[in-house]
Design a binder for this molecule. Structure first.
Ligand SMILES: Cc1cc2nc3c(=O)[nH]c(=O)nc-3n(C[C@H](O)[C@H](O)[C@H](O)COP(=O)(O)OP(=O)(O)OC[C@H]3O[C@@H](n4cnc5c(N)ncnc54)[C@H](O)[C@@H]3O)c2cc1C
Length: 416
């Protein structure tokens, strides 16, 4: 029996960057705000972001961000324009945290401390009177006529507006276990099937285990499904013990499925015919040299050259003069597009973000309010949004958190 039901203007589920930023900006308008976090402390995932250094956003024009979220970037336009990378940098700068930009455009706090970013967020919450309840997992949400009833730790709370900011399903040990999908689903929302993104690929019969750690900057590669090419990319590719990683692979993992074939163009952008011609020239002009040495002349590192020679079935002591045409063609194939079949994508315990989530067609992009349940809002990774590496995910969490705060407070004013 619930003796007393504390009432708030706005309740937020989840104290990650999206929920905390939403709370700060909602409370700034004078609204009473409560935020529930299941963990004993807020922002666990934020604290490990960028290996604890927090790649908080990216530099450059905010319009360049729109292309960094796959097909769903369009939805984020109003939120990103409403609170840009510059705004975010200013927010933390005003509170004593300067930012630094790396060569590739990634923005980090100069002190390289994710916990320092979290401290600013929690201090701002405290200053603005946000009721931050940690160790309070929300277990149920009920919709009433003009409010929501929220159950946490055998107690019920009521709020006029509700923001779901529970994150996705990746790194579940940080608290993001997909609860928000259940809550949103029970309130009538469609959930686009969640899957791991920004995740490495595990390769079937992987031939390069012994080369783990070698990376190829700006390597051209293509992705094939059912013998049809689905896209071409250029990016940094890292060979791991079990498959492929590196920003180039991670950034397109949202569009890769088990069974797809990745063709790595170790010889660069040249067409297959050009690679074969170049290799034939090398063989003809250097007949006494070992084939594995000739392969390095195409620009690949020595250890990879040996692996490719082995993969093509060419004996290690074979010279150019003794290389049969069929094996020369095989080597040219491997140099132009070494095919590797994806056995699996890294699961949620290694994926940095989750693709899928609350379907965007049921959410207003200008306010983050549900198109199905008035007064219900979403922020952060619980939405069907996932960005590339480089600070795009945290920017999306902060921008949608800010947008939801504006949406909630505008709705509250309408109801007064
Ligand atoms: C290892 C790693 C490194 C990363 N590095 C970067 C980086 O450098 N730059 C970048 O842009 N992105 C990075 N990301 C991604 C980024 O951290 C996330 O996209 C971002 O944290 C999402 O913010 P969020 O607030 O939506 O969700 P989360 O940060 O997941 O927060 C959601 C919160 O909700 C809480 N919660 C869940 N269910 C309940 C419930 N039932 N009741 C109460 N609370 C609940 C969770 O405990 C959690 O604290 C990284 C991710 C990982 C895993």
């Amino acid at each position: 029996m619930q003796a007393h039901t504390p009432a708030y203007d706005i309740a937020i589920t989840g104290a990650g960057p999206a929920g905390l930023f939403c709370a700060i900006h909602a409370a700034a308008s004078g609204a009473t705000v409560i935020i529930f976090e299941k963990n004993p402390e807020p922002g666990e995932k934020l604290c490990i972001s960028g290996t604890g250094q927090c790649n908080i956003t990216h530099s450059g024009d905010i319009r360049d961000f729109f292309l960094r979220y796959g097909a769903n970037g369009k939805f984020l336009r109003p939120a990103l324009l409403g609170h840009t990378n510059e705004d975010l940098i200013r927010f933390f700068g005003d509170r004593g945290i300067a930012m630094e930009v790396t060569d590739g455009g990634k923005v980090f706090p100069a002190n390289r401390s994710a916990p320092a970013i979290l401290r600013i967020l929690t201090e701002e919450c405290r200053t603005r009177g946000v009721d931050l309840k940690c160790g309070e997992p929300i277990t149920g949400i009920q919709r009433a006529a003009h409010s929501f009833s929220i159950s946490a730790n055998d107690r019920d709370y009521s709020a006029k507006m509700l923001v779901i900011a529970t994150g996705g399903m990746s790194y579940p040990k940080t608290g993001s276990t997909g609860d928000g999908y259940r809550f949103a689903g029970a309130l009538g929302h469609t959930i686009t099937e969640p899957g791991p993104a920004l995740t490495p690929l595990i390769i079937d019969d992987y031939p390069f285990s012994s080369l783990a750690g070698i990376s190829f900057p700006g390597l051209p590669f293509s992705v094939w499904r059912d013998s049809r090419k689905i896209f071409d990319r250029n990016g940094d590719v890292l060979l791991t013990h079990a498959g492929l990683s590196g920003p180039g692979i991670l950034d397109c993992s949202r569009d890769i499925r088990a069974g797809d074939v990745i063709r790595l163009a170790f010889a660069g952008k040249a067409q297959r015919e050009t690679v074969e011609r170049t290799f034939l020239d090398l063989v003809q002009t250097n007949p006494t040299r070992l084939v594995k040495t000739l392969v390095t002349h195409t620009g690949v590192p020595e250890r990879l050259a040996e692996s490719l020679v082995h993969l093509a079935g060419v004996p290690m002591d074979c010279t150019g003069a003794h290389l049969p045409a069929a094996l020369r063609k095989k080597l040219s194939d491997l140099l132009a597009g070494c095919p590797l079949t994806v056995k699996a994508l890294g699961n949620f315990s290694v994926a940095m973000v989750t693709r899928g989530g609350v379907a965007l067609k049921e959410v207003h992009s200008k306010t983050m309010e549900s198109r199905i349940v008035p007064g219900l809002f979403f922020a952060g990774e619980v939405l069907d949004i996932d960005g590339d590496t480089g600070g795009y995910n945290l920017q999306a969490a902060f921008s949608t958190g800010y947008c939801a705060a504006q949406g909630c407070t505008a709705r509250l004013k309408e109801r007064q």
